[in-house]
Design a protein around this ligand. Structure first.
Ligand SMILES: C[S@@+](CC[C@H](N)C(=O)[O-])C[C@H]1O[C@@H](n2cnc3c(N)ncnc32)[C@H](O)[C@@H]1O
Length: 221
């Protein structure tokens, strides 16, 4: 798949996929979007938990993993599982600038995240953060039941990849979440919200990032 590097409004890089006419992040700021949608609304809402299992749909640039590591450095153990059927190549990884724009991200740790093989095994990144990567699509992933406390649903937009935003996919993820677990996504599309509610999620519409009016946070009751 052809991909191109771009710079967003906060100075951080993202990737553009011409075939989908879609970017990996908001052009209003990749780092700021990730901080808003996944860190502030997701990770920081579970601050009381000492150990968390996170699932990310779409590992991509590893920005969400790198920021999660920053926010758990002091006080949490994080077990991070991510799915990515189209990993970045080395040249793309080397061109990402997140540790320059957001210096709390350590360059060493960022490169360690990208050095993890896609072999479904956990690898320690620090003594508080371990990562496992699956080169798998969410549409065919088989999960163990009730493992995850937090899900970052960061697939391409529903109008670009509708097959990833179906009731079947959300039910699969729902079953893999613990009771009380939280799923965050930048999309607030009505049909997505209604599918989540039909499965049993309690869905909140929260302020979206930049020009997006709303985003969704879904809780498994
Ligand atoms: C909007 S980008 C976000 C990537 C990443 N979270 C980041 O911050 O860089 C969507 C990601 O989903 C991945 N993806 C595409 N199809 C997928 C699928 N069927 N299952 C899981 N991930 C998929 C893409 O390759 C891409 O990395």
């Amino acid at each position: 798949m052809l991909r191109r590097l771009c710079v967003t409004d906060d100075g951080s890089t993202t990737i553009f996929v011409p075939q989908l006419n879609e970017h990996y992040h908001s052009l209003n700021g990749a780092v700021n979007e990730s901080l808003h949608v996944f860190i502030k609304t997701g990770l920081l809402s579970l601050q009381q938990k000492e150990s968390l299992h996170i699932l990310e749909i779409g590992f991509g640039t590893a920005l969400n993993a790198a920021l999660s590591e920053v926010f758990t450095r002091e006080n949490k153990m994080l077990n991070y599982t991510a799915l990515e059927p189209f990993p970045l190549n080395n040249e793309e990884i080397q061109s990402l600038n997140y540790f320059e724009v957001y210096p709390d991200i350590s360059k060493d740790i960022f490169l360690k995240l990208h050095a993890v093989p896609f072999d479904n095994q956990y690898y320690p990144i620090t003594d508080k953060f371990r990562l496992r990567l699956f080169a798998a699509s969410i549409t065919s992933m088989i999960f163990d039941d009730e493992q995850y406390d937090l899900v970052y649903f960061d697939a391409f937009a529903p109008d670009k990849q509708p097959e990833l935003w179906t009731k079947e996919v959300f039910l699969n993820i729902y079953n893999a979440m613990k009771v009380g677990a939280v799923l965050c996504t930048y999309s607030a599309k009505g049909s997505v919200r209604r599918q989540m509610e039909a499965i049993g999620f309690k869905v909140e519409r929260l302020e979206g990032f930049a020009k997006k009016r709303e985003m969704l946070r879904a809780i498994k009751l």
